[in-house]
Design a protein around this ligand. Structure first.
Ligand SMILES: [Zn+2]
Length: 326
């Protein structure tokens, strides 16, 4: 071998070795996601195909029946919790879907909550500036997280946490008026669930819920989950480290803002919470261009994004529980 070739070979080998040791640039995912993004996407598509799904509609009932049926196929026993708020939502009956998975540590009674809303924003409302027929199908908001939660359910059935896991699909997250205002006429499902659980745990919700992890708008092609400043800093840190460790760091927490969502009623009752939500456009400022518009369709989603968020969640949950039960 001529010396110059020997030198070239050594240089290539040396570079490869250096890259291996120092993880050159963006290394991408370190391990294959145990979450099947294509299967999660199929759930999302099934929900979108029901059409606009605001609270109280037949389409939302179809969406709910779909979730219940899929959970039953997994051998689970979901329950539908129906309730009303005649003063703030006259004529509407809301329905949360609940499903609990037993933990592996029999004496651990504290629970972990994993949730998503499944209703869509009603867009033909009187206070909307340009009203028209409701065509908002909410592919990302909130079929993405509702569908991913079914995929996470199938993983949790096979890989239960040490503590019980309560899965919640919330109804009535979206505000009834077009404008959110004070949020007084929104978050119906999560307020109801937090009240109900508070009674179950004798008003000591903070001590009995290890954490509440909320998913909302988790499927966009240009995935970037914001750092919600209303989430617990320790949970943000844990998810950040998990995402970076898996090679998904670029998709998480590159911008921050306060988000009012279904985690807030739990936070107000002393629970550690985190909202994994995409909010903001490609420049990571303001709101996403498709948010609450007719452009929130399957076209803006990617199965890979669902897989990425799912992968980070299934790696983070056992860590959260392990810290609590040690
Ligand atoms: Zn929304």
């Amino acid at each position: 071998m001529p010396w110059i070739l020997t030198f070239a070979v050594l240089a290539v080998v040396g570079t490869l070795l250096l890259c291996t040791l120092t993880a050159c640039g963006d290394t991408g995912p370190k391990e294959k996601s145990p979450i099947d993004g294509a299967r999660a996407f199929a759930h999302v598509k099934a929900m979108v195909d029901f059409g606009p799904r605001p609270a109280g509609t037949a389409a939302l009932r179809q969406n709910r029946d779909y979730i219940v049926d899929e959970l039953k196929k997994l051998g689970m026993t979901p329950k539908v919790d129906s309730f009303e708020d005649p003063a703030k939502a006259p004529g509407i009956t809301f329905h949360n879907v609940e499903c609990e998975i037993a933990g592996t540590k029999a004496d651990e009674k504290r629970i972990l909550i994993l949730g998503s809303h499944y209703d869509t924003k009603k867009t033909d409302v009187p206070d909307r500036p340009s009203d028209g027929p409701d065509q908002f199908v909410g592919a990302n908001d909130a079929a993405s997280s509702s569908g991913l939660l079914i995929e996470l359910a199938q993983w949790l059935v096979k890989n239960p946490l040490q503590c019980p896991t309560l899965l919640l699909w919330f109804d009535g997250e979206e505000s009834i008026p077009w404008e959110w205002g004070s949020g007084d006429r929104a978050l119906f499902g999560s307020k109801h669930a937090a009240d109900k659980l508070s009674r179950r745990f004798d008003r000591k919700l903070g001590r009995n819920v290890i954490a509440m992890v909320l998913l909302d708008m988790v499927g966009a092609k240009d995935l970037h989950i914001v750092e919600d400043t209303d989430s617990s800093p320790d949970l943000i840190a844990l998810f950040k480290a998990t995402a970076e460790d898996l090679g998904y760091g670029k998709h998480f927490f590159k911008s921050s803002l306060p988000v009012t969502d279904d985690h807030v009623p739990f936070k107000q009752r002393g629970v550690r919470v985190i909202d994994l939500i995409q909010f903001g456009g490609n420049d990571r400022s303001g709101v996403s261009p498709w948010w609450h518009t007719h452009e929130d369709t399957l076209d803006i989603l990617s199965p890979d994004s669902l897989s990425i968020v799912g992968h980070v969640v299934v790696r983070a949950l056992p860590k959260i529980v392990a810290e609590a039960v040690k």
